[in-house]
Write a protein that binds this ligand. Structure first.
Ligand code: NAD
Length: 798
């Protein structure tokens, strides 16, 4: 099918509609955002003399929703300015305008008859070719278009985003009985490649995949709590990170989702499932209904299973005692199994550690998990084609580290099935047959390929050419060189990838050494280098612990040696005659940014939180960070008549305030990324796109990277910046120590005490950075900041 999605219309501007529109804007798709026309004027509208016929009133819901997008946290937009791509309107005056778009997505209240009425109206103005979808959480796709024409039904499907759409990876696509395969063939790659989502094809069954299994899991847990008298804290301790699930575990998640919403979903499930045993699980427990009746529905009402209270000592979170229905101080939960899980690394090991004990917590985790595994196995085929969709849906929609079948493999398939049967559970026949046939897991990996069980046989998981996995390449013996902190891996086609894998990917001597080694290796045997990794974050900076230890011992020669090593390595990377691409993702801070700055191109994941944050730990960037930003400025503003000062002031402010971007686009706005640096929306495609960028540069053959002389603002500019810092101090915005750091930073960014317009060498700038850095390391308050960051993970403003 030829049709591409270039423009869209979102109907419904509530929580989900507005943020879906925002995500479309994020990826450059203009969209209409339509909602109902208000039936009453607000007081303010009356004061302004508006009437119900005024445009401002008629579009009020969508207009306000767009305004809210700019304030919501976490930010739905990559950059506030993108809101201009969303045009507000209403369904009375503007429904006709859906003719201008390629895709209409309905995001209105979860009510079958209201949705049906809307689609009836949409069809009246709809033209063949326009794709129409619903974001319903669980209403039947077929039922919603019952009564519509065959052609309309052929263009209709479910596109179920998870909240918040920008951040949640999962998007369930649910074809209806009559949806054309061509329509799914347009939407799937669009949602993956353009919107950056992890698409799972679901069947048109109640609540589709993730909410079906997720809700089941919640109910089983709730029922277990009520039957065995566990407390809220006990349940959350056993159903969060201990089993590879998010910290919000069961009850924090319920408070966030809203107990009213949860009850609504549960009742929907209760009505729709016919199996009696299943019905019993989805029956809303009395206590939940009582809480909803009292209005204790979670975060929206500021109380649910948890309640935040303020007293003279600050904020405190109380938890509900479900026996007495009183809020009480939280109790610490400790047990051998939980301790063992805490010590273990990764979900697989945690689960194994947890089940190696037999205390009450291991029992709770087992009893709830067992039911979810069995339920998932029962539902394969009914809600999804294979176990893969179920696992992916739970990982991408509920942030579980392992899906149910991966969990089952992790705890040992045979052993656990044996235990389930011993305890009287009914294990689906296909699982028993699979084990009977001599298989010991649902998945297996062989030479970098994954196989999964499908219709009683192992089937190969089709690799996606846009997803390059470093883990797979390592399994295929593609490691060229490695040490404790980093590896150089062959990406094929003449490109090598330098991967960091130290703790938190912090940069220490091992990584610096591997960068030098990579340059040598690529110089002799490859055409280009990509610096990327697939850890949680790209790099959180230099190894602060090592630096703090040297500074505390006053080993100044050693500190100087480390900085010199960092500077020299970055310098070599910058001068390297072959293309270098840096591909950061998520947190990329301090030294992590400094590794990207010398690259010819940065290919950044859209979700990159990028910043030179050294001031937060009492320092200034000294791995070439200051020099690079000033040098770029001098390269872009080539006319010597143009005053550099306003631009340098902006850099001063960004570094002085340790600003971190909220997205890669924001990093461009902050001046950390350049025009030629690109953004990749789907994080799993980052390495592929970085490799393509390297291959393109190989073709361009830009071998010469001459030494730069840098125009600086000198002592006058420095005085201006320092004056700014002085005024901030006087106004009480910054501390004495902030001012001291700012003064040093101003000195470096200005190029020291030289006349304005002087041209200085890169090495000169690096020397300024190093001197300032060293002197700050000698400051007790800087060391306090480092210590605080290491122990608390956040900056200290002393
Ligand atoms: P919401 O209550 O925040 O917003 C609903 C919006 O629909 C409101 O702006 C309302 O004015 C508008 N609306 C009502 N009737 C309308 C009509 N006839 N025509 C046009 N607009 C109309 O709800 P929400 O949370 O954004 O949910 C919307 C849809 O998305 C539902 O189907 C819901 O199940 C689904 N969903 C919600 C979430 C979530 O976490 N909130 C997640 C996934 C899917």
């Amino acid at each position: 099918m030829e049709r591409q999605i270039r423009r869209a219309a979102v109907i419904g501007s509530g929580v989900m509609g507005a943020s879906i529109a925002a995500h479309l804007a994020n990826v450059g798709i203009p969209c209409l955002l339509l909602d109902i026309v208000p039936s009453q004027l607000t007081e303010e509208e009356k004061r302004k003399g508006l009437t119900l016929d005024s445009n401002e009133v008629r579009n009020r819901l969508a207009v306000n929703a767009i305004k809210k997008l700019k304030k919501n946290k976490p930010a739905p937009l990559y950059d506030e300015d993108l809101a201009s791509l969303i045009t507000p309107g209403n369904i009375e005056d503007d429904l006709e305008r859906i003719k201008e778009v390629d895709w209409v997505v309905e995001v209105i209240v979860e009510n079958l008859s209201i949705k049906k009425q809307l689609f009836e109206r949409v069809e009246k103005v709809w033209e063949k070719g326009i794709i129409v979808s619903s974001n319903t959480s669980g209403i039947s796709i077929n039922a919603m278009v019952d009564g519509r024409s065959t052609e309309f039904k052929q263009h209709f499907l479910g596109t179920h985003f998870f909240n918040p759409p920008r951040y949640m990876k999962l998007l369930e696509i649910i074809p209806g009985d009559e949806t054309l395969t061509e329509i799914v063939a347009v939407m799937r790659p669009f949602c993956e490649n353009k919107l950056g989502k992890g698409v799972v094809i679901a069947k048109d069954t109640p609540n589709f995949i993730a909410n079906r299994i997720g809700a089941y899991s919640m109910h089983v847990t709730l029922n277990e709590m009520l039957a065995k008298g566990y407390t809220i804290e006990e349940i959350d301790a056993c159903t969060g990170p201990a089993i590879g699930r998010p910290k919000s575990a069961t009850f924090r998640t319920l408070d966030i989702v809203g107990l009213d919403t949860f009850v609504h979903i549960a009742n929907n499930m209760y009505e729709k499932v016919s199996d009696e045993a299943e019905k019993k699980v989805f029956k809303v427990p009395e206590i939940l209904q009582q809480m909803v009746d009292k209005g204790w529905i979670g975060e929206k009402a500021e109380q649910g299973f948890y309640k935040k209270v303020k007293n003279e000592k600050g904020k405190k979170i109380l938890s509900l005692n479900v026996q007495t229905m009183e809020y009480e101080p939280q109790k610490k939960i400790a047990g051998a199994s939980l301790e063992a899980a805490k010590m273990a690394k990764g979900a697989k090991q945690k689960l194994r550690a947890l089940f190696s004990s037999e205390d009450r917590y291991a029992e709770l985790a087992w009893n709830t998990l067992k039911e979810v595994l069995l339920y998932s196995a029962e539902k394969v085929g009914e809600i999804a084609d294979s176990i893969v969709e179920i696992d992916e849906a739970m990982k991408w929609g509920f942030n579980w580290e392992l899906g149910p079948f991966e969990t089952w493999d992790a705890i040992g398939l045979e052993k656990s099935v044996h235990r389930m049967e011993k305890e009287g559970s009914s294990v689906p026949q296909w699982v028993k047959d699979w084990i009977e046939a001599g298989n010991t897991s649902f998945y297996k990996r062989k030479e970098g390929t994954t196989y999964f069980v499908s219709n009683d046989a192992y089937k190969q998981l089709e690799p996606n050419p846009k997803v390059i996995s470093l883990r797979t390449l390592k399994e295929q013996n593609k490691v060229i060189k490695a040490n404790s902190g980093a590896s150089l891996i062959d990406l094929e086609d003449g490109i090598a990838c330098l991967e960091f894998h130290s703790p938190n990917n912090a940069i220490g001597a091992d990584i610096l050494m591997m960068i030098e080694e990579s340059i040598k290796e690529v110089r002799s045997n490859y055409d280009g280098l990509v610096i990327a990794n697939q850890g949680r974050n790209f790099c959180v900076g230099a190894n602060l612990m090592m630096l703090l230890m040297e500074a505390q011992d006053e080993e100044w020669d050693e500190v100087e040696h480390i900085i010199r090593l960092f500077q020299n390595t970055m310098y070599h990377l910058k001068r390297f005659e072959k293309p270098v691409i840096a591909a950061p993702h998520r947190m990329t801070l301090g030294g992590g940014v400094e590794v990207c700055l010398p690259a010819d191109r940065v290919v950044a994941s859209a979700e990159t939180y990028y910043g030179l944050v050294e001031a937060g730990v009492g320092l200034i960037p000294a791995g070439g960070g200051c020099k690079e930003l000033i040098s770029r400025l001098s390269l872009t503003v080539t006319n010597p008549e143009v005053d550099l000062q306003p631009y340098v002031n902006k850099i001063f402010e960004t570094l002085g305030m340790a600003k971190v971007s909220t997205s890669a686009l924001d990093a461009k706005k902050l001046g950390y990324l350049r025009e030629q640096d690109t953004v990749v929306v789907h994080q799993d495609h980052l390495l592929f796109e970085a490799k393509q960028a390297a291959l393109r540069l190989v073709q361009e053959d830009n071998a010469t990277k001459p030494e730069e002389d840098i125009r600086v603002v000198g002592s006058e500019g420095k005085a201006l910046m320092q004056l700014g810092a002085y005024q901030m101090k006087l106004a009480g915005y910054i501390s004495d120590h902030d001012q001291l750091i700012a003064n040093k930073l101003a000195h470096v960014l200005a190029g020291g005490d030289v006349p304005a317009g002087t041209r200085v060498s890169e090495q000169y700038m690096l020397d300024l950075e190093r001197e300032a850095f060293l002197s700050l390391c000698g400051e007790p308050k800087t060391r306090q900041r480092m210590q605080y960051m290491l122990s608390k993970g956040k900056p200290l403003r002393n």
